[in-house]
Structures are given as C-alpha cells and as structure tokens.
Design a protein around this ligand. Sequence first.
Ligand code: CA
Length: 282
Amino acid sequence: MTTQPERVQAPVCTLGEGPVWDGRDQSLYWVDILESRVHRMAADGSFSSWDTGQPVGAVVPRASGGLVVAVRDGFMALDPASGTLTTLAEVEKDQPGNRMNDGSCDRAGRFYAGTMAFDESPEAGALYRLDPDLSVTSLLTGVGTSNGIGWSPDDRLMYYIDSQAHRVDVFDYDPATGQIGGRRPFKAVGEGDVVPDGLTVDADGGVWVAVWEGYALLHHDPDGQLIETVDLPAARVTSCVFGGPDLDRLYITTAAGPGESGGALFVCEPGVTGQPSHPFRG
Ligand code: CA
C-alpha cells in the first residue's frame, strides 16, 4: 500500500517533468520545461541545476558520461561539469512552434521522445527515436501532445501517452530492433482539461500514470484495471519514476497551478519496486 506522498525540499518548478533515476551515482534528474532547466538531486540530498538555453522536455543519463536532453530543436548532449551543450541530432528545428516533450530510453539505450506544439495544436506532434548511432527515426506523426513512454518488464510492450487523446496506448515492441506496431488502447484517462501525462512501469508490470489537472497518480495492473489512486496536493501531476538504492521510492513531479504545492517534487513508497531507468548508449 502506498505511503502518503511527502514533499521533497527541492527547487520548485514552473513545469516540473521527466524524472529519471541515475543508478550509477544514485541521483534523480528532472526538468523544468518552460524555465529551460535540468535539476539534479544527489545521493547526499544536495541539488544542482543547469540552463539548457531552450525549453527542455526530457533528460536521460548518457552511458559514455554526462546527460542527453530533448530540447526545442532536438537532442543535445549536456556536460554537467561545464554546462556545455552539444547538438547530437536536430528534430523539427524548422518548426519553431514545436518543441520536444517527454522521453525515455529503452533497455538497449535508444532514446524515444516526442514533440508537441507550444500552443497544443492538434496533430502537430510526432514521436522519434534517437539510436545509439545518433540517427533519428520518425515513429509516429499526427500526435497531439506526445508524453509518457515506458516498457513492460518482459520488453514485449511499449506504453505511450498522447495526452490529447485522453488515453494510454500500448504497442507491441521488438527489443532487438526498437520497432513498434499494433497500437491499441490500454486505458482511457480523464476528459476535458484532465489528461494523462507521464508514466512509469514498475517491476510487476504495473502502469503508473500522472494525471494533469487530476491531483492524482493512477496505478493500473498490466490488464489496465485501476488498483489504486495516489492523491497529491497539486492539480498538475506530470510524471513519476522509481528510484532509491532498492528502486522502492516513487518520485513524482508536478507543475505550478491549482493546489497548495504546484511545482513541488514528491516521494512515496508504494510497496512495489520499479524498473531501473536506462541511459542513452550513444
Ligand atoms: Ca509531460
């Protein structure tokens, strides 16, 4: 059973998003998309942050060192020591009304991340995959707001959220090639302004979905049945990830908005463990 989420005394974000756990040094990274910031909480509880110069939708550790960020104009390497940004691959740079949004790496270290229009124009977004050879493949077009991405523990399924569809979808996923297919609905979430945002998949295959304007995180079993609802004192719950030495702490990001703690970082112990976050292997 999930413990009550506790607020972490971390920097408060305008649009906190995209938490990822770096098991190498037991640190948590997350982004403040609209403030163009990457934040880090180290194992000793200290905080650091970096300016990405453009809105940043996602951050992942890089196996060869440093970080990779998905920013407005594409994928960039971020050297935490110097703060230097280096373009790895441009994505929709010719579409200034679009920016990259949520993303995550699979077990092979491929970085999947999507795009959306700043003004949330329908079908303006897409989903991309950055492979370790730094090539970019377009996987989906006509996406509204490309958001949470995660994989089943057996690497047979990829879960995916287009927030504007009010739905979590699931694809068949080939771990050898990174190809996806057979898209189908997994779970409908919300209506109107209440939409699914980020997600994580736990070690039992449970699918945790952050609900924007929903004050909640929803825990589903692998069949899509709602197991429990974790309530939060912030309307805009944006994403979550498991961390800690035993991957038994669930970190939850939020955005500024209704509720007493919008933009804060939270942690709870759900009584299940997560899958490790994977680094980009390029
Ligand atoms: Ca998001």
